[in-house]
Design a protein around this ligand. Structure first.
Ligand SMILES: Nc1ncnc2c1ncn2[C@@H]1O[C@H](COP(=O)(O)OP(=O)(O)O)[C@@H](O)[C@H]1O
Ligand code: SF4
Ligand SMILES: [Mg+2]
Length: 353
């Protein structure tokens, strides 16, 4: 079985062949989301549900236990809405699932009742929010917040357990931080604490939504290294949401590319790097930052991202695509399966030309 290994603390990767024991070779699927469509209610009176707009028009993702998959796309492409729907984090009066299935270890989360979802949220699947202020209570000391997580899920807790967990998440002087409030800490420290909080119950899946976007570029790699180490230490599957190809490349083994509320390409990192099939993926690769140099993006995609108000029966990338032809304007391209890869572009065969 080919496994990608990280060499020391560098970006260089080597591929080695690891022979797994027979019982480990066949993995059971951890998560399978198929054809998810999500709408939000519009207007002032959301509860009246008088109008709605479709935000997610086709989201699919599959994960094996211990796998790291990236969801990559520009801001507004639907990464947060689709992934937060996995845990049904959107209030019932805000939005609704129009169709699709979300299977987590065989349980259909779309049909699951609130009690089942509560047992899964935080305990089996954890979500690290982009903005620490959404996850950390400004009025509670860090130690208390983390203890509450274990108490809520009826798991054993002690001061030492929490201090150890903070230290493991890279918090220096964990004893002192235990007694501090979030506002007394830096953005990078709060991000580590959020990650620490999310993995306290040892979930089987961690969803990290742009975990490095609110922190200094120089600390980005350290947070990503923490996610990688959590994945290897606990065999915890990770969905990493990012708009930056270089971040995805550093962490993920497989990528799901999103645009206009749709998955437009999916495949292994290696395949996508070797030959991106969708013109949008090619653009994202061209726009990648450099994690090592901590520089600003040198190049940005031309044009503005499509919004749900512009959605039409055409290729979502039509307005910005240099390869578009008339046929791209007549229907949403179907997702095509090409071996282990998927692409939603009628001109994908010309990707290399
Ligand atoms: N509560 C909401 N009500 C209406 N539209 C929303 C809401 N949240 C997000 N959207 C819209 O849904 C689209 C996808 O948003 P999001 O999933 O947050 O994108 P991403 O995470 O890729 O930046 C965007 O056009 C955004 O404006
Ligand atoms: S279907 Fe057409 S417009 Fe869409 S990405 Fe492919 S070539 Fe471009
Ligand atoms: Mg987002």
């Amino acid at each position: 079985m080919p496994v990608t290994e990280r060499k020391g603390n560098t970006m260089e990767k080597v591929t080695v062949n690891v022979k797994l024991p027979a019982e480990m070779q066949k993995t059971e699927e951890l998560l399978s989301v198929e054809n998810l469509r999500v709408s939000f209610y519009t207007g002032e009176r959301k509860k009246s549900r008088d109008g709605k707009i479709q935000i997610i028009r086709g989201f699919d993702i599959k994960l094996d236990p211990g796998e790291i998959v990236g969801i990559l796309g520009e801001s507004g492409s639907g990464k947060t809405v689709s992934s937060s729907m996995i845990m049904q984090l959107i209030e019932k009066d805000e939005g609704t699932i129009d169709s699709g299935t979300i299977s987590f270890k065989g349980t259909d989360l779309v049909q699951a009742d609130e009690k089942t979802l509560q047992k899964i949220r935080g305990r089996k699947i954890a979500y690290v929010f982009q903005d620490p202020s959404l996850a950390l209570n400004p009025y509670k000391k860090i130690g208390r917040q983390l203890t509450d997580v274990l108490r809520t899920h009826r798991l054993p807790y002690s001061r030492q357990t929490i201090v150890n967990a903070l230290a493991e998440a890279g918090i220096s002087d964990a004893e002192t931080v235990y007694e501090m409030y979030p506002f007394q800490l830096s953005g990078g420290q709060n991000q580590r604490i959020m990650i620490c909080q999310s993995i306290l119950c040892r979930p089987e899946l961690l969803i990290a939504d742009e975990p490095t976007s609110a922190i200094d570029a120089s600390l980005r790699k350290k947070i990503l290294d923490l996610l990688i180490s959590i994945n290897t230490t606990y065999h915890m599957a990770v969905i990493l949401i990012t708009h930056d190809f270089d971040i995805a490349r550093y962490v993920c083994s497989r990528l799901v590319i999103m645009y206009g509320g749709l998955v437009v390409e999916e495949g292994s990192l290696e395949d996508i790097l070797r030959q991106p099939l969708h013109p949008y993926t090619r653009e994202l690769i061209a726009c990648a930052s450099s994690l090592d140099q901590h520089d600003q993006l040198l190049y940005t995609l031309e044009g503005t991202p499509v919004t749900p108000y512009d959605f039409r029966e055409q290729c979502p990338f039509y307005a910005r695509c240099s390869r578009r032809i008339e046929a791209c304007d007549t229907a949403i391209p179907k997702m095509l399966t090409l071996g282990k890869r998927k692409v939603r572009c009628i001109r994908h065969t010309e990707a290399e030309s």
